[in-house]
Write a protein that binds this ligand. Structure first.
Ligand SMILES: C/C(=C\C(=O)SCCNC(=O)CCNC(=O)[C@H](O)C(C)(C)COP(=O)(O)OP(=O)(O)OC[C@H]1O[C@@H](n2cnc3c(N)ncnc32)[C@H](O)[C@@H]1OP(=O)(O)O)C(=O)O
Length: 286
């Protein structure tokens, strides 16, 4: 007998395309948000890795927004019935520079939809493949896989999996204070309406987290910023990160990095105020 296919899997292959222009203002605004001097940027300046998230913003009209502040599901993203959405991780290939002034096109495709049972309960992962093309080029400048995870509602039997200790030795380390202004500015820059990052009543009473959740892409951007602070001329060929444990706005956290013996890879990670690993990442230089 043929196994029954999960109806959510019929979303695999669905795609959408958006155009944009790499305007300088978001670059200056993120520069300031990451606590660098907000100096002007000229046309032709390459975008730092991950700063493409400042473009192709989700311009859903207000009536299309769902309870969590994201677009209602069932359009481009499948109608996953689990309520709590998180950014689980991403993998990137940076093939050629994306520059201020470029006209860009992004094609996004649902690559996979999988249901798993994790330690915290039922999980549905949606993998989206994004390709960014500059100035009518035939080959993408950037390929990104974005893993979105949906979790069950909070319940009385919730399991908190045992935490994993972060590495103790780090060549680079920076403390980040995730106050609500930092979270607000990042949500605004990425036009991200997800309530878990700014609506304390919603995040604590509806989703059951203890505080505002720090955006996974913000932590990833801070990891890449740490790399650039220490190796300003580094040419990053690929990057991947996995969000292991949520980070809340209740305490300072650290971003750390350690170049590896191969001379090309750099392990980057984030850890919370108790030293638990919250994000694990690897960058590979060209
Ligand atoms: C922006 C934005 C949203 C956000 O930024 S939300 C904040 C950033 N994200 C997070 O804080 C997520 C932190 N991670 C977690 O809470 C947990 O790791 C998670 C994802 C709930 C999973 O926990 P579990 O303990 O239940 O999972 P297991 O370790 O038991 O694994 C079960 C299977 O799932 C696979 N898996 C687990 N974590 C990930 C991951 N991060 N990425 C990909 N796959 C993952 C794991 O490999 C297991 O698979 P098997 O095939 O081996 O069964 C916005 O929405 O806009």
């Amino acid at each position: 007998m043929e196994a029954q296919r999960d109806p959510l899997q019929s979303w695999i292959g669905r795609s959408e395309t958006f155009e944009d222009t790499i305007n300088p203002t978001p670059v200056i605004a993120l520069t300031a948000t990451l606590d660098h001097p907000a100096t002007p940027v000229s046309a032709g300046t390459p975008l730092p890795p991950l700063w493409h998230w400042l473009y192709f913003l989700p311009m859903h009209r207000q009536s299309e927004i769902g309870a969590d502040g994201h677009a209602k599901r069932g359009g481009f993203l499948p109608p996953v019935p689990l309520p709590r959405r998180m950014w689980a991780g991403s993998q990137f290939e940076f093939r050629s520079p994306i520059r201020v002034g470029d006209r860009v096109v992004r094609t996004s495709t649902i690559d996979d939809v999988t249901t798993k049972t994790g330690r915290t309960g039922k999980l549905v992962f949606v993998k989206v493949r994004h390709e960014v093309f500059c100035n009518d080029a035939a080959e993408p400048a950037l390929v990104e896989f974005h893993d979105i995870v949906y979790r069950e509602a909070q319940g009385p039997d919730d399991v908190v999996p045992p935490p994993q200790a972060a590495p103790v030795e780090a060549a680079w380390r920076r403390q980040i204070v995730p106050d609500d202004v930092l979270l607000f500015r990042y949500s605004a820059l990425t036009f991200n309406g997800h309530r878990i990052h700014y609506d304390r009543q919603y995040v604590t009473q509806v989703e059951g987290y203890p505080g505002l959740v720090v955006h996974g892409p913000l932590i990833a951007t801070l990891l890449m910023d740490l790399l650039r602070r220490n190796l300003p001329d580094a040419d990053v060929a690929s990057f991947r990160f996995k969000a292991i444990r949520p980070t809340f706005d209740l305490n300072a956290f650290h971003v750390s990095g350690q170049p590896q013996a191969d001379g090309k890879s750099i392990r980057l990670w984030a850890s919370d105020h108790e030293g638990w690993l919250t994000m694990d990442a690897t960058a590979v230089l060209r």
